[in-house]
Write a protein that binds this ligand. Structure first.
Ligand SMILES: [Zn+2]
Length: 286
């Protein structure tokens, strides 16, 4: 009897300890996804030799919130291939020191490759804002559009809408991606009118076209299951309606911004049309 009581006590304590530890881990994970950590900024200015006459591409893959590790690496590899093919100068980094007025001014485009969380300090953020408004181009891929950045200018001018959630049940869904009529001819060049694509379809609160963005690709939002990704918000199953944008762009000041919500998995980079779309974005930025 004594032994059984001790065993029961041990079991109950074990369950309590495991529950508390699991609870802390889940809370830490959710905090990281929402806000990013640790917060550290690189301020050392890198030494970069810019070759004359080549299109200069800054591929920025730093993440302090959710890290799409496989997609980030696949993206780096594909951009290296594109740079060789097109004679671009590609500067790929995960450090923020390059975000200063002088060096940014030498780039034709800055691409946030699944960059999540607060990745730049105030001064670096302002340098990027001035760069875009002065005529530069900023592009964001997938995670670059989640709500972990806490940066008003960025959300307003790159996304034009606030991230709501992504589907979780199932997280990845296949859908036909359809070219939007009226999109810019450089961005559209050699792109198929439609292709089948599997991704984690981000849901935003509004259609960014409400904020003067032009759509490049959409999916039929009524054909996906847009269930929310927070355990306690099981009913968060609203989507963006039938016209569900997955790539869009706008002019911002004298510059341009482009965002695509595709690119959760490394497999996205195996899609010829996805890679060609990003190749077009660089040509559009020049
Ligand atoms: Zn994702």
């Amino acid at each position: 009897m004594q032994f059984l009581r001790k065993l029961l006590k041990f079991l109950l304590w074990s369950i309590l300890v495991v529950s508390v530890v699991l609870g802390i881990l889940v809370a830490v994970f959710i905090y990281k996804v929402k806000n990013g950590f640790p917060v550290s900024y690189e301020t050392e200015i890198p030494v970069i030799t810019f070759p004359q006459g080549e299109t200069a591409v800054l591929l920025f893959s730093k993440s302090t919130a959710f890290r799409h590790g496989e997609s980030i690496e696949a993206g780096k590899a594909e951009f290296e291939k594109l740079a060789v093919k097109n004679d671009w100068f590609l500067y790929s980094t995960e450090e923020g020191g390059v975000f200063n007025a002088e060096q940014l001014s030498k780039f034709d485009i800055v691409i946030f490759n699944n960059s999540t969380g607060r990745v730049l300090n105030d001064v670096q953020q302002l340098a990027l804002e001035s760069y875009v408004e002065g005529g530069g181009t900023l592009a964001g891929i997938h995670g670059a559009g989640d709500d972990s950045h806490h940066w008003d200018w960025y959300e307003r001018n790159l996304l034009g809408s606030k991230f709501s959630h992504h589907p979780i049940d199932p997280q990845l869904q296949e859908a036909p991606v359809a070219l939007h009529p009226g999109a810019d001819s450089v961005l559209r060049q050699n792109l198929p009118k439609a292709w089948m694509h599997t991704d984690e379809w981000y849901v935003f609160f509004d259609n960014p076209k409400m904020n003067n963005f032009t759509l490049l690709y959409t999916i039929d939002g009524e054909k996906i299951i847009p269930n929310g990704n927070m355990l306690w918000i099981r009913d968060k199953n609203f989507g963006m309606g039938k016209e569900h944008p997955v790539a869009w762009y706008r002019t911002t000041g004298n510059g341009k911004t482009f965002y695509t919500s595709m690119g959760h998995n490394a497999t996205a980079w195996k899609q010829e049309a996805f890679v060609r779309m990003l190749e077009n974005v660089v040509n559009w930025a020049k």
